[in-house]
Design a protein around this ligand. Structure first.
Ligand code: 13P
Length: 277
């Protein structure tokens, strides 16, 4: 089926109190594996192109491949820009056929983040594309993004941001971090509950840094209103482990082994976030 806007799959997840995984795609094999996993589970999936993939020239090739391969898939698929670096980059993605863009202005002063996000929303919504924004400093580093110790968002910040701009999804820093956690993270679920309870229209909430979170943390996050969970590191590690597991030296065996590893982890996340047994 044709690609769908991210808002559609998150709107569908909300009444069911489930979340949709957003997996980063870096190459064709990972993309193919993720679609195989979504098809096998008959669940929607968000495919994210991040700054690392863009830096190695994969924005347009991956976008074209997602369009082609998703057209042969029977489940809803979203093509999403992860951590959009500028207004210009989000426009490049609109042109390349993305159905969702994130603009990450979290390092800017709030008013500047609001101003640029408003421009992105005006352009993206004009062509039916969803928009994700980010508030607070998510810890760790991902594709050269972040790298700080992480500073949680405040309820007042979220409230002021939402008064300034209407986004479809909002990534919030609640003690989460990109990359594998060195120790068990303490996610601030009370903060998440207070954001969710704001007396205004709260967009779908997004949890970055999904790799390495245990089942209980994921479950509570979904209970508190998280509708999209980003997973990159675990997908990349599975892919690399899969390539190493093939020892024959045959390229097709290596690809098949990597693909099998990615399908397995993706199916597990899809099921877990959809709360299927
Ligand atoms: P992980 O690499 O920790 O899964 O985080 C992914 C992410 O949040 C992408 O934006």
């Amino acid at each position: 089926m044709p690609l769908v806007p991210m808002k559609d799959v998150l709107d569908a997840a909300a009444p069911q109190k489930t979340a949709v995984p957003a997996f980063n795609i870096d190459n064709l094999e990972i993309l193919q594996s993720l679609l195989m996993a979504a098809e096998a589970e008959q669940l929607p999936v968000i495919l994210s192109v991040g700054q690392g993939a863009i830096r190695i020239g994969r924005l347009k090739p991956l976008a074209a491949a997602v369009h082609q391969m998703a057209s042969e898939t029977s489940v809803p698929v979203v093509l999403h820009l992860d951590h959009g670096a500028s207004f210009e980059q989000t426009i490049q993605c609109l042109r390349a056929g993305f159905t969702s863009v994130m603009y990450d202005g979290s390092r800017l002063p709030l008013e500047e983040n609001i101003a640029v996000t408003r421009q992105v929303v005006a352009a993206a919504h004009a062509v039916g594309v969803s928009v994700e924004a980010e508030l607070g400093a998510i810890g760790g580093a991902e594709d050269g993004i972040g790298g700080g110790s992480g500073g949680k968002v405040s309820v007042d910040q979220v409230s002021a941001f939402l008064d300034g701009v209407g986004v479809d999804a909002l990534a919030v820093a609640i003690g989460n971090a990109h990359g594998l956690y060195k120790e068990k993270p303490h996610l601030d679920f009370d903060l998440l509950r207070s954001i969710e309870a704001l007396p205004k229209a709260v967009p779908h909430l997004v949890l970055h840094g999904g790799s390495g979170l245990d089942e209980e943390a994921i479950d509570t996050a979904i209970d508190c209103g998280i509708r999209k969970i980003n997973v990159a590191t675990e997908i990349r590690l599975a892919y690399l482990k899969g390539t190493r597991a093939a020892t024959s030296g045959d390229i097709y065996e290596t690809i098949a082994s990597a693909r099998e590893a990615v399908v397995e982890i993706a199916r597990q996340k899809l099921r877990q976030f959809a709360r299927k047994a």
